[in-house]
Design a protein around this ligand. Structure first.
Ligand code: FES
Length: 156
């Protein structure tokens, strides 16, 4: 096993922040039409030193192990970041200690980045009204409708 695979296995043995955040301020969901994997991320903000920062982030992944490992890292790294700081984080930054993703796995990191951006887009600075979670029963149907032509990560 490569050291990357070892780190993914370590992260999977004890994934952080998995599952819905019931009182989240924002939620983002994206999918990759190519592999059919989906990822949803929840963000909860708090006030700290006069700034609005991410208090907690959580995720649910319907897909591969790499996406789960990256999301586990990312949700830890996001704590304490403002929305602006979080928006600037690339997929490789979100992967943290996992290191560079192998070429076949780059889109797994982009899935996490996409879910984060999707959530941040729905949280333009003020707490979102409750009930922001999209209806999940249409997720699987939606992803299969999207054409794969050049689009790798799509908001759902
Ligand atoms: Fe598609 Fe990892 S294989 S997200």
């Amino acid at each position: 096993m490569s050291s990357f695979e070892n780190k993914v296995q370590e992260a999977l043995a004890n994934p952080q922040n998995q599952g819905e955040l019931p009182d989240a301020d924002a939620v983002g969901t994206v999918g990759s039409p190519e592999c059919g994997d989906m990822l949803r991320m929840w963000l909860k903000f708090t006030e700290k030193d006069g700034k609005r920062v991410i208090d907690r982030a959580s995720f649910q992944a319907f897909g591969c192990q790499t996406a789960i490992a990256v999301a586990s890292m990312a949700t830890e790294l996001l704590r304490g970041k403002t929305a602006e700081e979080a928006k600037l984080m690339s997929a490789s930054e979100l992967a943290g200690d996992l290191g560079a993703l192998p070429p076949m796995k780059i889109h797994c990191g982009q899935l996490v980045e996409g879910a984060l951006r999707n959530a941040l887009d729905q949280s333009p600075g003020d707490p979102a009204p409750s009930g922001t979670a999209p209806a999940s029963n249409t997720l699987a149907a939606d992803i299969h409708k999207k054409p794969a032509g050049g689009i790798r990560i799509v908001p759902l």
